[in-house]
Structure formats: structure tokens, C-alpha cells
Write a protein of this length. Sequence first.
Length: 582
Amino acid sequence: MSYEPIIKGNVKEFSVKPNLLNYEEARESFSWDDIYKELDGLEGGGLNIAYEAIDRHAKTSLREKVALYWEGKDGNSEQYTFRDLYILTNRFANVLQSLGIKKGDRVFTYTDRTPEIFVAILGTLKAGAVVGPLFSAFGPDAVKDRLQDSGARVLITTPGLVTTVHEIAGELPALEKIIIVNRRKTSYELSENEVSYERLMESASEEFEIVKTEKEDKAIMHYTSGTTGKPKGAVHVHQAVMGHYATAKYVLDLHPDDIYFCTADPGWVTGTSYGIFGPWSNGISQVVYEGGFSASHWYSVIEKYQVTVWYTAPTAIRMLMKAGEKVIGKYNLKSLRYMCSVGEPLNPEAVVWSVEAFGLPFHDNWWQTETGCIQIANYPLQDIRPGSMGRPFPGVTAAILDEDCKHELPPGEEGNLALKSGWPSMFRIYWNKKELYDSKFINGWYITGDRARKDEDGYFWFVGRADDVINTAGHLVGPFEVESALIEHPAVAEAGVIGIPDKLAMEVIKAFISLKDGYEVSDELVMEIKRFARKKLHAVACPKEIEILDSLPKTRSGKIMRRLLKARELGLSEGDTSTLED
Ligand code: ATP
Ligand code: MG
């Protein structure tokens, strides 16, 4: 797959090492030890993510710098400096200790995207406990599965969401206390095992000595997105902050005067690694918007706060494309200087569109809940090959392995994407699933479950998840290639491609698409899109069938759930749908 044009990075000069103007040199000069030295560490030894994100700035001239600009969905806004967050997180750590929380205990959050979630996550880390953020749109089964599996002792939630927890209360023997955050002061009567966040915070001390944590102590657990099956609880340790810090600096290109906007919810790993730890360990001001996707709200946030660096996801970008350039014209977005994307393959069409629409390309990068931080990326000062995930982060070794995961494949050949284990933010275990965890490591490689290929220059190209790759007439076809071709058609907003069983070809390709506004479903349109695909794709990769849906099933983190499209098509069980969007 080769896509033109090649787009130049358009960002500030790098004044720091590694100098990514020269990728090879950057790889050679990079060392995780150097990154470690840029962090402070705890007084008297040890490492704690919350200390690196907040306390160390609260002790310097950055103390009065705004860390969080919070924009509520009702139009209200709040600001918190690093010093404010230092005090609030100290108070929260004291609250947890007063409830008997000890090092290693699990404390989960299940709240809206309000400032308290940041306080709770960081305060939990200060108390030495393991934090598990849950997405607020989860229903009772999703919440129950995760609280049961993790054995969480404390849950932080709101009057609006606690009714969901009440439905499952009898099935959570480990859960001792529920902290209710009532920022909108709705009338709510606390039940026996519930306590008020506001009341406890008011009486808690501003002073707190961080519970001593070491590099390898467990810090945060995130359940994966559930795109391919039942979500797994990937556990990360405190030294993961080295990865958050380094990649936020070198991939997201965060500089001291930036205003950064990450659209991910802290219920997903992107919302913590890059919505909390990455930017704040670099002392950067960030904007958080309480609401979900909305082209006009997002643009107005960018305009109001003069956002310079923006990190979002392909589904959102496709929705922005669908909303069109007219909306963009209503806002002044000139402050933007750098944009990144993660979570799904970023179709080349989306990169080309972003240059037309914003005058800037989205820089795709690849990582997983398990990897903790960005592993493969398009860097600021390098050319982008639209459709490619870029090259491995210095300090990370990636390879394409053969079917047995024993040998590296040469450039151009498709195989299993693997990472040499040992980067600091690598997950240390799937909670309660040791065997599954062990099965992901072969000969010192972590097998990611994704298929990809590498080109002669070391750029990686995503093919598909191993489970999604289609075997048709003896050829392996990745859904991404077909989907990318389909969405180049002006009528197609999004596409999800699966293989369906076929007596002759083993599998044939079926595409599900949704249309952009203004297009009507018709047989002619389907025929035209098929003709269009035929011009773009190799004959074996052309969809035999195209079905138009109002929208495609997606996870709440915005990923197309091809396994659901397949299960529905074949009348099979839908499996775990706890992360399915409404
Ligand atoms: P589950 O593991 O529960 O099925 P998931 O894999 O979607 O869910 P995440 O850890 O949130 O859970 O997502 C990581 C996956 O998302 C990657 O393995 C890859 O398949 C996909 N992904 C992320 N970023 C990119 C990217 N830039 N290009 C292509 N795919 C990406
Ligand atoms: Mg996964």
C-alpha cells in the first residue's frame, strides 16, 4: 500500500534530545535511564506517578500555572493550578486513608468527566493504592464485571450513577465504601456504606506524605476496550510514568507554553496516560471538556482556550469530516499547531482531509492499553506517510514476526506485530489472568495481536487485528485497506469490513457502511461504491457485498466492533457487549 502525498511535519524546532530530525540518531542517543533522570523521584527514594504529575510542579515556579482548564457541558468553567491540585489530591489521599485504604488496595472511579475524577485518580496514587477508572456510560453489568474482577474496596461515583451500582450492590462483596461526589448538590440521601466526597474533603488535611511506592509497585489498571472480546484488566506500575512523560514530550510535542486538549475520557487508557500523566508530568496546561463528541463544542473549546496541541481518535476525525468544513469556518482555530490521533487505524483520507481543513495533518500513532504509552508514531519533524502508523518510539523495538512468532519477516511482508519486552510502561499482568498474560510473550517478544507490515524505511503499516484479517481465496486481506478505500468515496462516512464464510473462497468480503448526510440509500449508490472500490483495490480485496447501516456498532472508546458485525451477520452470540456504545 503506498499513499501520496507525503506531508511535512509542521511544528516547532526541537531544542531537546533526542533530536527527532534524524530518526536513526534519535534511536541511538535515546536511553530510558536519561528519561528517568528527568523525573524527580520521591524524597528518600521511590517513584510515584502522582508526585511526578503534580507535586514536583507545586514546589517550583510552576505552582501557580493552570494545570486544568475545565469546560463543563453547561457552559460553566473552572481552573485549577498545580498547587490547587496538589492540595486537593493530598486531601483525597487523606480521605482514603481515613477509610482504611492501604497500599495495593483497588480504588475505582465511576464518575463524569469533572475535576473530581482527576483528584480521585491522583489522590489514590498518592495513597499507594491501585486506581481503576471506569467510563461513566457503563451499565450495571460492565461495572459489576470490573469491580468483581478487581476486588475494588472503594468506589467513587455520583448520585446520578450510583443507582447503577445499587442494582448490583449485593454482588460486590469486596466493595466496602462508596464515595459520592455531588458537585451539582442534588438532593441525595447517603445509604449506610456511602460517604460524601465534599464533606470528607472539607475536613481532610492539606498535608499528606505520599505512601512510598517503588518503580515496580502497581499503580493503575485499565480494562481493555473489548473490541475483540471480554475486556482484560491490564495493570501498570509507577515507572510507567517514564513512558507517559517521554512520549508526551517527543510524540505529542508538548512544550512549556502549549495548551493541550485530549478528547479521551479517563475511563480509557488514553484519557489517563495522555489526559493526566503525560501532559502534567511535563508541567503542561490542559483543557478538559466534560461533554462527549460534538464538532461545534470541540471547535469552540479550541477557540476559547487557544488550544495548540490536540490529541483525538479516528472515529472522531471521521465524524468531524462528516460534520464538514462549514462548521470549521465558524471558528478561529489558528492557535492549533500540532494534532495527533490514536485508537484505530487512521485512514489516509482523514490525514489528507485534515491538511485541507485545518492546514495541519493528524499524526497517527499506535499503542494499546497493554503498552501503557505510545509505541509507534509519526513524529513532529518528520514526513508523514498517510496511512502509516509511523516508526517505533526511540527506546522501543518493534518487529513483524512470522506465523510462529519466531522469526522476523523482511520489509514488505505482512505478519504479527510484536514488541521487544522491557519498556517501562509495559503492563505487568492481566488481573486474574496470568495464563493469558503469559501467552502473549514468546521468545522475549510481546505479541500484540495486530497484523502489520514494515516498509524499507522502517515505517509500520497496520493491516488489521489478527482476529479480523480475512482469508479469501488464499489471500489474507486486512479490513483497514478495504475500509480506507471505501471511505474515499464521497458518500461514505464510515466502513467496517468482515469476512463471511464461503464454500469456494473460504471467506468473502462484506462491507458495512454508513453514509454522509445528504446521501440516500439506493441500489445505484451501492453499485457505484462497488465500482469505486474496484478501481482502488486488488480484485481479491473488493467487497462482494455492501450493506448500508445508519451507523456502525462501536465501543464507547469509538472503535468499530467488527466482531459484532460478524456475529449479527452470521446469527451468532454477540459475546461481551459491555463496552458497546448506545
Ligand atoms: P480488546 O483488547 O479488549 O479487544 P482493544 O484492543 O480495542 O480491545 P485497546 O487497548 O483500547 O483495546 O486498543 C488497542 C488496539 O487498538 C490496538 O491493538 C489496535 O488494534 C488498535 N489501534 C490503536 N491505535 C491504532 C492505530 N494508530 N492504528 C491502527 N490500530 C490502532
Ligand atoms: Mg486489544
